[in-house]
Structures are given as structure tokens and as C-alpha cells.
Design a protein. Structure first.
Lengths: 570, 268
């Protein structure tokens, strides 16, 4: 299939990618924009976000307060200039979504409502009941349909970036429906593929969250930033990992151990259930170790109790939670406590980008969870990520549009050769390989199991060292992968193999980065180094890819503007 | 060594092979590979029974342990992304939201009806994607208030006017259930009509007259006899049948009142 030369090509159709596409289209109606996604945009994982999007909209709030909460939440390795820009822009984005039709829940005066959230000192989490991500995603997707210059290539899987003379000039993508490989030329590429939670077995993430954009950028030579910083959400359903929103606690729910105690009094006494996620997840595990958890088929759990809120409040503010309880645990949360335990949820780390989403490769940008722009540091506050998708999606869309207007058109010839090489690589590695014996699902399950065990809420040097070896062995086994499905049309075993290749590479970087940070900060808790160490680690981990060897790691000092690091207590 | 009290004390979703299943459920799956098959055929897999599994878990088990060539869509496994709609024993279902225990004696899984099958359980929904765009599912206003002026005020009652229709996850179960769409795919159909209604009923929108043209031109809207198969199939309580009936009424009224002549309708 012949594609035109696009000005802006966006990989990923979730909140960040759609916001970028609309920003690019609005900045210049003549630009040609393509949105490529491996799924239909409305299937993107933004859809699963529940609780809300943070913005200092209310008169009693201020951007300074939102900035400080975010920086403290990050355990002081957020980029303070980035945070400041973010909190100043976020309110306008919430209003923009409102103008586009997002069904925000409202206060009695008709204004957008807000609820309390973990680590936030005031009510600033705007919400659409408990399906905020769903509504933001569908609002953005439906609004994007208005723009005739936004083309879409749904269900195409990007296998590599086209790099010509050090500049990103498009992508190679596997069209899942035809099985054909396409080269799509573009003056700029924005990666908005989301997170990589599926490197873990127990995760809130949908199966599509395989870190594709992180691996694509890394392989093209862009460093990854803070890949050891993984958020574990304290309230996932024990068997499935389905997310029970923090809004349950925001609305007044209690976390209770098997003694009937609100145990957070011993961990975050001033915040209780509204403490930040990293600390509450550690508190739950610590309580489990003391024998204070409930015992179940899937391990220990706590009770999340909303019975005192009453049916009316639950149905108005948490209707989806009631539905999830009935469908997946067989309980009615109006009458029974919800079983919950810590679950992998979000990647603070990601593609190293500046405040415009630009990577070190000209023409290549990233935004949303795939990127680490420096907003979240060592621990993201709940409800900052939806706002991040909006603020930095817009920034990346605009920056790419500006670059595209100046940039020369890439040539065609080397791209044809690059497409041939990439097509041959995929064919030979997967569809034509006949000597392999290893089963995809077994390697993937072993990766996920061992990541849960060794790169979880608490880490040790011993466990991380073992995991470095585990991943190395799995990568050796992967070379001998056998793909049973030889067909072209919707070969989902092939795409799963490509995803696993990405995930194994990312798991290596995550483990190496975690082993290298010999302190405890935010979500990174080392049992062998339990204290925060600002003298050595008030910095971001920058991981560079080295062909045939482990990643090269260095620390980059963090950007501090107004807020000096202090002890992080709540 | 393993670290017991890490993320997981006890493994989530232990592989069933490790727990010695004693009961199996026969899962009969429609297969079709356009590269090798002239027509669809069925293949039956024996899947271990587990009390808390959803039907999607059985399909995942087949893919991971029995037959890696089976193709289907899925992602969130929590009933919100809309990917995993399939016909289960002839009824359209979100397979992540129905339980294996309700099909303990066996089940047949087929692709959603009324759409072309691409492969196995994957159907082509491009027709819906085009129809969705045709109803202009975005806010239409004559004058856009600047962002600096803040939000459009809306009471929770005003949100409630359209809230139900905004819950559509585009899972396509309603099209699979629709007897009118089965006969005539020119019919705009349940989800697209519900989403048109969603914007028409939004106090911020002034585009109902523009959408009325699309709704009025939709073939089949008069054949829809309020059987309500779509609403029965909807996993999110959207009630598209209600949207279709309201649209019929609006279409008649719109023509009668000359609303089509007014560029932005009369709504504020």
C-alpha cells in the first residue's frame, strides 16, 4: 500500500496519542497526520483509568500546592520545572476536555467537581464518576473524528522506527489484517504507546501494555529514564489484578487488616487512606508479613470497606466499582468489603524526553506513560497521569507540528531498503524459522512470574541479581522460539512474539536499573538499602542500550528549582 | 531464591496445569483462516474448569496451552475496552464479563454475527467506524466559548440526560443482536444511534439538526420495531433501543417543526 508523506505520525491511540493528534491538527490545518495503533483507538488502555484527572481548578487551590504535592510524591526526583509547567497547564486541559464534551461529574453550582486523592493536600481530582479514563478516551477519539486531516491506520503493529541520517523519518508497521509490512514515511514520529505493565504477571494493565514504544525508542538509540520506578497500586482484586480505584478511598473507604484495624495509622497517620500509593502498598506487604492479612486462594489480602458510604453515594460516585465487585468477585460492595492487595499499575520510567516530548533523535517524540518527561519521579500521585497525557500530549503534538513545518522531506530510496531489511528480519525470525522448540507462552509466563517475585514492592540485591540472570536465560531461550502460526492474516502469535521481544529487553533494563540504585526512594524500596541517599542518588537513572551487552547506566542530577528535598513523611 | 513477601505472596492465577484439574469443559470454537479455509469449521478443546474463570480465561488457556493459532481480540479483561465481544452459545457476550461456571457443560464460541469474519473470532467492524463518524459524535456549537471563560455550566441533572448513552464501549454486541442490521447493513444501527442521541441530549451541543439529517436518512430506522434485542445484549445498560425510538420521534417532530431549516436547532 502506498502512503503519502505524513507531517506527524503518531504511534498509539490512547489519551496521549489522540491529544497529540488533535493538537497537531489544530496548530495547522494543512498538516497531514496519521494515527497508527495496534488496536482500535477506543480499546487503548486509557479506557481503564477510573478515579480522575488532577488539576488545581478550585479557587482555594493553587498551582504551587499541586506542584509541591507532586514533587514530594515523587520523593524529589521529579524535574521541578516540568512539574511547574504541568500544574499550570493542567486546569486548561480539563476545561478543554469539558468543551469537547467530556461528561465530568458536577458540583451543585454546575462546575466541574473534584474529589480527594492520595498524596494530594486538597480536592483537585476531577472525575467522570469512576470511569474517567473511559470518558476521556472516548471524548478524545470522537472529537478526533472531526478532523479530516487525521488519518488512521488501525490494528497495525509498529516493528521498528525508520532512521535516516540520524533523524526519525517514519515507521515500519505490520498490518495485522493483511499480514503485510508497510513503510510509512513521516517528518516526525510521536510515540504514545503507553506503559509496559505486562512484564509482570499481576498487573492492572490490559494485555496490550507491552512497552512497544519504549523498546522502539531504546533500540533506535534513545536512552530510557528511571526504569526501576514502577508503581504498585495498593488496591487490586486478588485473582485478576483488576484495579479498584483510589477514588474508593478518596470518597471515604477504609483499608482494614484481619484484626479489624485501619492499619495505616501506623504508616501514614496524618493521611491514612489518602496516603501515596508506594507507602500504602509497602504497608500492606508489611502487614501481611506480620500475619495481619486475610488468607485467600491467591495469597494475602486486605479489606477495602465502603459500606458506611451508603448505596446512594456508591451508585452515584462509584457505580463501576459495584459492577466490578459483582462481576469479578461476586460481592456487592454496598454490603461487603472488597478484597484487595498491591498490584503492578504504572511505569514512572520511560523514554527520556524534554518538556516538549522531544527525544535526542531529531523528529522523534514521546508522550504519556511511554515517556518519562520528569513529572512523576520515584512515585506518581494518583490522577496525575490522565492530566499528563493531556498536557504533554498537546505539547508533543505542537512541537512535532512545528518541527514538521521546518523539516525537509525524507527521501524514498533508503526507506525502501530499510523496509526490505525489516520485512526479512521478521519473516526469518518468526514465520520461516523452523528449528525452534521454545514456547512463547512459557517464556512470557516465566518472565512475568520472576518479575513479580524479584522486582516487586520490595527488592533485594540478591533477588535483583538473580533476576538479571533469569532475564538473560529467557532471552537465550527466546532465540529458539517456535511460532506455530504460519499464516499472515491476524497472526496474533506473531504479534505476541514481537511484544515479548520488547518486554524482555525492557525487563532487563528495569532490573539492571533497580540493582544499580542502592537506596530506597519512592516506589523503589531496597531491603538491603532501606534509606533514601540524597548524597548519591538525588538523580535519574539514564539507561543507554549497548549492542550485545547489558545497558550502560548513569545518573543524571535532577532539576531542582524552588523545592529543596526534605524528609518525605505524611 | 524466591522472595516470599514481595509483590505476590502466592502466585496470581496459578497455571491450571499445576493444580491438577479434575473437571474439563468442552469449548467448541469456530475457526476460519482465509488463507487456507473455504468456509468456517469448528474445533473443540477441553479446557480445565475453574470456578472463578470468565469465558475469556478459557480462550486464553486454549491459546497458551492447546493451540497457539487461535486468533481473537482482547485487552482490559474488565469489561471496559470493548475488544472481546463474541457469540457464546449464539448470544453476543463480552467474554471477559461472563463466567465459565454458567456454561459448565460446554459452550460454543463464534465470532459476532452480522459482521464479515476476518479470521477465527475476529470480525471487521469498519462499517461501524464509518457510521460512528457519520453521526458527528462531537460537540457542535455556533460559537465556542474561550477556554479562559471556564467550563460550560452543567447540572448533574443535565449530565443525567445523556449519561446513559455516553456509556457505550463500542463492543458491537448490539449490532450482532440486531435483526434489522442482519437484513440491511445500511441501517445506522443501535450504538451509532445511541451516540448521536448522546450528543443531541447534551446541553452543550447545538448540532442536533445536523445529526437529524443522518438519522432521518438512515435506512431501517422504521423497520426497528422496538424489539429491543440491542438493549438486551448491551453489557453496559446503554439501552440503544430507547435511543432509536426517541430518534424516530425527533425525526418526525424535526421535519414537522422545520428544525432542519434552522442551522443549529433551538437548544441552548
Amino acid at each position: 500500500m502506498e502512503f503519502p508523506l505524513y507531517d506527524v505520525l503518531i504511534v498509539g491511540g490512547g489519551g496521549a496519542g489522540l491529544r497529540a493528534a488533535i493538537a497537531a491538527a489544530e496548530s495547522d490545518p494543512n498538516l497531514r497526520i496519521l494515527l497508527i495503533s495496534k488496536v482500535y483507538p477506543m480499546r487503548s488502555h486509557t479506557v481503564s483509568a477510573e478515579g480522575g484527572a488532577a488539576a488545581a481548578l478550585r479557587p482555594e487551590d493553587s498551582w504551587e500546592n499541586h506542584a509541591f504535592d507532586t514533587i514530594k510524591g515523587s520523593d524529589y526526583i521529579a524535574d521541578q520545572y516540568v512539574v511547574e509547567t504541568f500544574v499550570r497547564e493542567a486546569p486548561q486541559e480539563i476545561i478543554q476536555l469539558e468543551h469537547w464534551g467530556c461528561p465530568w461529574s458536577r458540583d451543585p453550582d454546575g462546575k466541574i467537581s473534584a474529589r480527594p486523592f492520595g498524596g494530594m493536600t486538597t480536592w483537585r481530582t476531577c472525575f467522570a464518576a469512576d470511569k474517567t479514563g473511559f470518558h476521556i478516551l472516548h471524548t478524545l477519539f470522537q472529537t478526533s473524528l472531526k478532523f479530516e486531516k487525521i488519518d488512521r491506520l488501525d490494528e497495525s503493529f509498529v516493528t521498528s522506527l525508520l532512521i535516516e541520517d540520524g533523524r526519525c523519518v517514519g515507521v515500519v508497521a505490520l498490518n495485522q489484517r493483511s499480514g503485510r509490512m508497510d513503510a510509512v514515511r513521516a517528518k516526525t514520529v510521536i510515540l504514545a504507546t503507553g506503559g509496559n505493565g505486562r512484564v509482570y504477571a499481576f498487573s492492572t494493565n490490559g494485555q496490550i501494555c507491552t512497552g512497544d514504544g519504549m523498546a522502539l525508542a531504546y533500540r533506535a538509540g534513545v536512552p530510557l529514564n528511571d526504569m526501576e520506578m514502577v508503581q504498585f497500586h495498593p488496591t487490586g482484586l486478588p485473582s485478576t489484578g483488576i484495579l479498584i480505584t483510589e477514588a474508593v478511598r478518596g470518597e471515604g473507604g477504609y483499608l482494614v487488616n484481619n484484626k479489624g484495624e485501619r492499619f495505616l495509622k501506623d504508616y501514614v497517620p496524618t493521611k491514612m487512606e489518602l496516603g501515596p500509593r508506594d507507602i500504602i502498598s509497602r504497608a500492606e506487604i508489611t502487614e501481611f508479613e506480620k500475619g495481619n492479612g486475610f488468607e485467600g486462594e491467591y495469597g494475602n489480602y486486605m479489606h477495602l470497606d465502603v459500606r458506611h458510604l451508603g448505596e446512594a453515594t456508591i451508585d452515584r460516585k462509584l457505580p463501576f466499582m459495584r459492577e466490578l465487585g459483582l462481576d469479578y468477585v461476586g460481592i456487592d460492595i454496598v454490603h461487603q468489603p472488597i478484597p484487595v492487595r498491591p498490584v503492578e499499575h504504572y511505569m514512572m520510567g520511560g523514554v527520556d524526553v524534554d518538556i516538549h516530548g522531544a527525544t535526542i533523535i531529531p523528529g522523534l517524540y514521546a508522550c504519556g506513560e511511554v515517556a518519562n518527561v520528569g513529572l512523576n519521579g520515584a512515585n506518581r500521585l494518583g490522577s496525575n497521569s490522565l492530566s499528563e497525557c493531556l498536557v504533554f500530549g498537546k505539547a508533543a503534538g505542537r512541537a512535532a507540528a512545528r518541527y514538521a513545518k521546518e523539516a525537509k522531506s525524507p527521501s524514498s530510496n533508503p526507506i525502501d531498503a530499510l523496509l526490505r531489511d525489516e520485512t526479512r528480519r521478521v519473516e526469518r525470525t518468526y514465520r520461516e524459522a523452523t528449528t525452534g522448540t521454545e514456547k512463547l507462552s512459557e517464556i512470557r509466563a516465566e518472565m512475568a512470574r520472576s518479575m513479580d517475585a524479584n522486582v516487586g514492592v520490595f527488592r533485594t540485591g540478591e533477588g535483583l541479581t538473580e533476576q538479571v540472570n533469569n532475564i538473560a536465560k529467557l532471552r537465550e531461550r527466546y532465540v529458539w522460539l517456535r511460532i506455530e502460526d504460519r499464516s499472515r492474516v491476524f497472526n496474533t502469535e506473531l504479534t505476541a512474539a514481537l511484544e515479548l521481544d520488547y518486554m524482555l529487553e525492557l525487563a532487563e533494563v528495569m532490573t539492571a536499573s533497580a540493582l544499580n540504585r542502592k537506596e530506597s526512594r519512592g516506589a523503589h524500596a531496597r531491603r538491603d538499602f532501606p534509606e533514601r541517599d540524597d548524597a548519591n542518588y538525588l538523580a535519574n537513572t539514564i539507561a543507554h542500550r549497548v549492542e550485545g551487552g547489558p545497558p550502560k547506566l548513569e545518573f543524571r542530577p535532577v532539576n531542582i528549582t524552588h523545592w529543596e528535598p526534605k524528609a518525605r513523611t505524611y | 531464591m524466591e522472595h516470599d513477601h514481595n509483590l505476590t505472596s502466592g502466585t496470581p492465577r496459578p497455571p491450571v496445569t499445576a493444580v491438577q484439574p479434575t473437571e474439563f469443559v468442552p469449548v467448541r470454537v469456530q475457526r476460519f483462516n482465509p488463507e487456507t479455509d473455504d468456509r468456517p469449521h469448528y474445533q473443540t478443546y477441553d479446557v480445565p474448569y475453574k470456578e472463578d474463570w470468565v469465558v475469556l480465561d478459557a480462550i486464553l488457556y486454549i491459546k497458551d496451552h492447546l493451540d497457539a493459532t487461535l486468533s481473537y481480540r482482547w485487552s482490559c479483561r474488565m469489561g471496559i475496552c470493548g475488544s472481546c465481544g463474541m457469540n457464546v452459545n449464539g448470544y453476543p457476550k463480552l467474554t471477559c464479563s461472563v463466567h465459565l461456571r454458567d456454561y459448565r457443560k460446554g459452550l460454543t464460541i463464534e465470532p459476532l454475527a452480522n459482521f464479515p469474519v476476518i479470521r477465527d473470532l475476529i470480525v471487521d467492524i469498519d462499517d461501524f467506524m464509518d457510521k460512528l463518524r457519520s453521526v458527528k459524535p462531537w460537540i457542535i456549537r455556533e460559537l465556542e466559548q474561550p477556554l479562559g471563560a471556564g467550563e460550560y455550566l452543567q447540572s448533574n441533572n443535565q449530565v443525567d440526560q445523556f449519561r446513559q448513552f455516553s456509556q457505550c464501549i463500542n463492543c458491537m454486541l448490539c449490532y450482532s443482536a440486531c435483526p434489522v442490521y442482519a437484513m440491511n447493513n445500511e441501517f445506522l444501527g443501535p450504538a451509532a444511534t445511541a451516540l448521536a442521541r448522546r450528543y443531541n441530549l447534551d446541553s452543550r451541543d447545538e448540532g442536533s439538526a445536523e445529526r437529524l439529517n443522518v438519522l432521518a436518512a438512515s435506512e431501517g430506522i422504521w423497520e426497528c420495531t422496538f424489539v429491543g434485542e440491542c438493549s438486551a445484549a448491551c453489557p453496559k445498560g446503554v439501552d440503544p433501543a430507547k435511543a432509536i425510538q426517541q430518534s424516530k420521534f425527533d425525526t418526525v417532530n424535526g421535519f414537522a417543526m422545520g428544525a432542519l431549516l434552522r442551522p443549529f436547532g433551538s437548544r441552548g
